[in-house]
Design a protein around this ligand. Structure first.
Ligand SMILES: [Zn+2]
Ligand SMILES: [Zn+2]
Length: 152
């Protein structure tokens, strides 16, 4: 696959720019993350990457994910229940999270500078460095279940 080497090159440059080493483990984790839109948990990344690198440990997967986040190659979505999901897409977009199955879907879009500026006005002395928008509701697969539960 030609996309393989492009992804590896992007990773190598970002890692070296942050003073980190390129390793086969980090490359496998990044390749998986860059080619999926399911926003996997560390466990899910571990199960997927283990098919390619059977000797990899969950701890190494965790550390690789944190390294990728640190280099700006991935985004960590943390939740109040202390669970976390990882996103290989770092361009601006929003998320929709299903309250039933907890899947996370990407939504295109970006909040305009103007809107952020106007929010900054109400934030007092708070310095805004970013934002995160997440919609909650029911994914298509979970909606029928809920409707059945309501009418039963
Ligand atoms: Zn769902
Ligand atoms: Zn996303």
């Amino acid at each position: 696959m030609s996309s393989h080497s492009t992804t590896d090159l992007r990773l190598r440059e970002a890692l070296e720019g942050s003073g980190q080493r390129f390793t086969e483990q980090r490359a496998a984790v990044f390749r998986y993350l860059a080619n999926t839109d399911v926003h996997p948990t560390a466990d899910e990344v571990f199960l997927a990457v283990r098919k390619e690198l059977p000797a990899i440990s969950l701890a190494t997967v965790y550390k690789s994910l944190e390294t990728l986040v640190g280099c700006g190659l991935a985004v960590k979505l943390s939740y109040a229940d202390h669970s976390a999901r990882y996103d290989g897409r770092t361009d601006p977009h929003h998320h929709a999270r299903c309250v039933m199955c907890e899947c996370v879907l990407d939504l295109p879009g970006e909040i305009s500078r103007q809107e952020i500026e106007s929010l900054r006005g109400t934030a007092g002395g708070f310095t805004v460095t970013g934002y995160r928008l997440e919609l909650s509701g029911y994914c298509p697969a979970c909606l029928p279940t809920r409707e059945r539960a309501v009418t039963a």
